[in-house]
Design a binder for this molecule. Structure first.
Ligand SMILES: NC(=O)c1ccc[n+]([C@@H]2O[C@H](COP(=O)([O-])OP(=O)(O)OC[C@H]3O[C@@H](n4cnc5c(N)ncnc54)[C@H](OP(=O)(O)O)[C@@H]3O)[C@@H](O)[C@H]2O)c1
Length: 292
């Protein structure tokens, strides 16, 4: 894994898979910008990383990725953080932050929160950081998806406000969107120096399902997570995709345990991917739809 002196942004770096990825990337000599939604948890994570990797080059920025305004501010802060170190490029963006909700709650932008945080935030942040990623000789956009995307179908134009809300379905839709986003990104940026991948972490022992959820979901997750692997396992795949020179020419979109995995049939549907892309442009006020 050669990450020495690479610049890497990792969202959701305060806990679980994102924290472990930030720690391992720091140990490997990367300059890491972690993103957290809470200043105190971000500072705790930064200190924990420095205590385990004393040479870490790590800084944390704060943004609630449910807010498009905060995502836009975050992108500006990332540019500044790089400029302060005389860096003009970003090598890797890891869209890892994600959540599960029991209830249909709308963000300040009027979008169902699971779809907003798990799909639209990666979509918008990637778009805003593309000028920096394009400056890298071999940039990567890695989005943490899930096998939950299998056996899922949806209407992109209705994802912002699904008629029937069920937390698991909203989550599955958001994770299918991660894979569709990744494949459409690669179609639109074919032949360029930036390449996207989606990662299937498998079941991982984190507190993921115990945050924005009620007592029953928390209880189920508490018991289920015990059979999950350590966050080190998916962190290894993420950092493999971030650093392996050979994967930059790969056409494989979905990866598990450092190997390609076949995504669902819907995840490879170019028409669905294009519709989602156009809808995402609309919902994030990106004025030049690249899906056409
Ligand atoms: N665990 C699994 O078995 C599993 C399986 C498949 C896929 N995944 C995916 O893996 C990714 C990481 O999950 P994890 O298991 O590591 O969960 P986790 O331990 O709960 O970590 C999630 C991270 O995302 C952050 N986050 C959540 N909502 C946010 C928001 N609105 N704005 C900014 N940051 C936010 C959390 O911040 P706080 O620290 O403030 O909560 C935390 O840093 C997710 O995308 C998830 O869908 C997990």
């Amino acid at each position: 894994m050669n990450l020495k002196n690479k610049t890497i942004v990792i969202t959701g770096a305060t806990a679980g898979i994102g924290f472990q990825t930030a720690l391992d990337a720091s140990r490997a000599g990367a300059f890491v910008i972690g993103v957290g939604r809470n200043p105190e948890r971000s500072e705790n994570a930064r200190q924990k990383i420095i205590s385990q990797a004393p040479d870490a080059k790590i800084t944390f920025l704060t943004a609630d990725l449910a807010s498009q305004k905060q995502i836009r501010l975050l992108a500006e802060q990332i540019k500044l953080a790089l400029a302060e170190r005389n860096l003009i490029s970003l090598d890797v963006l890891v869209n890892n932050a994600g959540m599960f909700m029991d209830k249909k709650i709308f963000t300040e932008d009027g979008i169902e929160t699971t779809f907003a945080v798990n799909h639209l935030a990666p979509f918008l942040l990637t778009h805003l950081l593309l000028p920096l990623l394009s400056q890298s000789p071999s940039a990567r956009v890695i989005t943490v998806s899930s096998d939950s995307h299998y056996r899922t179908s949806f209407t992109p134009e209705k994802a912002k406000n699904p008629v029937f809300f069920f937390g698991l379905i909203a989550y599955k839709v958001s994770k299918l969107s991660n894979v569709l986003f990744t494949s459409q990104f690669n179609r639109l940026h074919a032949g360029e120096s930036v390449h996207a991948f989606a990662v299937a972490p498998g079941l991982v022992n984190t507190d993921f399902g115990m945050k924005e959820t009620g007592r029953l979901t928390s209880m189920v997750w508490r018991s289920r997570k015990k059979s999950g692997v350590s966050p080190e396992v998916p962190a290894k795949t993420i950092l493999f995709l971030a650093s392996d020179p050979a994967v930059s020419t790969s056409n494989e979109v979905y990866w598990h345990l450092c190997k390609p995995k076949q995504p669902s049939r819907n995840a490879t549907d170019p028409n669905l991917a294009k519709r989602l892309w156009l809808e995402s442009c609309k919902l994030t006020s990106i004025t030049q739809p690249e899906g056409e």
